[in-house]
Design a protein around this ligand. Structure first.
Ligand SMILES: [Zn+2]
Length: 257
């Protein structure tokens, strides 16, 4: 049986491309978690997710519905969360880098995250092709931009009759990457609870959290049993509640209430 590794990555400064350019990019566009306060707070009453996909890579509606549910669980948006879909041609070749994703985000978004009064806008890209490390299913590259790699997600689906399906994997990866935009785990704050995996910074040590660091050999059995996590666990939710009510200090924010 083919063993498939599924991994999630988060990209911070110094990990890709020219360091100085990366620093400038991060300052301009923030880091994952840099808009968590903007999401949690009702002072920006509406949220829009721009979904840009290449032909054949449109996400399933189930994934979008689940993402909306998960976001509404934590983000106070009295005017709601809406999605804007666009089929695009990113014009990039295979083996995408973090800088490629940032460039694609800048080139194809309708508006930057805080440009429209009363709206927070995040951007989800579904390109053809794989990340430079083709075992990576999704990345979060700045405060408002994530990408999912449908070719690798299809590849991660186990043989027939085994679980999870590619659809289930897409759901989990989508919520996971958006979880990074929410600053999970410890990206822009320090949790009072020890639930970050020291071996895999930015990720949960709880395999039942969607923020679990990865799925390796031991996780395959869990996957086959059909229990792929796609929700935030109580520690994740408590961290976000603490940021929201001010009991947890939060850093690197592009927006403050
Ligand atoms: Zn991750």
């Amino acid at each position: 049986m083919k063993i498939v590794f599924i991994s999630f990555v988060i990209l911070l400064s110094g990990m890709s491309g020219c360091f100085e350019d990366s620093v400038i990019t991060l300052e301009d566009r923030g880091r994952p978690g840099g808009l968590v306060v903007a999401c949690l707070s009702p002072s920006i009453p509406k949220m829009v997710l721009e979904i840009d996909y290449e032909e054949g890579y449109r996400p399933h509606q189930d994934s979008i519905d689940l993402l909306k549910t998960r976001l509404l669980q934590v983000c106070d948006k009295p005017e709601g969360i809406t999605f804007e879909f666009s089929q695009v041609d990113f014009g990039k070749s295979n083996s995408l880098t973090a800088d490629d994703i940032r460039e694609m985000g800048s080139a194809f978004r309708e508006h930057s995250p805080l440009a429209v009064e009363g709206e927070l806008r995040w951007h989800v890209l579904f390109p053809e092709g794989t990340y430079q490390d083709d075992s990576v299913l999704g990345v979060a590259v700045d405060a408002s931009t994530v990408a999912l790699f449908g070719d690798s997600i299809e590849e991660a689906e186990p043989p027939i009759f085994a679980r999870p399906s590619a659809d289930e994997i897409e759901k989990a990866v989508l919520v996971h990457e958006i979880g990074h935009l929410l600053g999970l785990v410890n990206l822009v704050y320090q949790s009072p609870v020890d639930h970050e995996d020291p071996e895999h910074p930015g990720h949960s040590n709880n395999e039942d959290s969607v923020m679990y660091w990865a799925v390796e050999t031991i996780g395959i059995a869990q996957f086959i049993s059909g229990t792929l996590p796609n929700e935030f666990d109580q520690d994740d939710l408590n961290d976000l509640a603490g940021i929201s009510d001010g009991t947890i200090e939060v850093k690197h924010q592009l927006y403050q209430t």
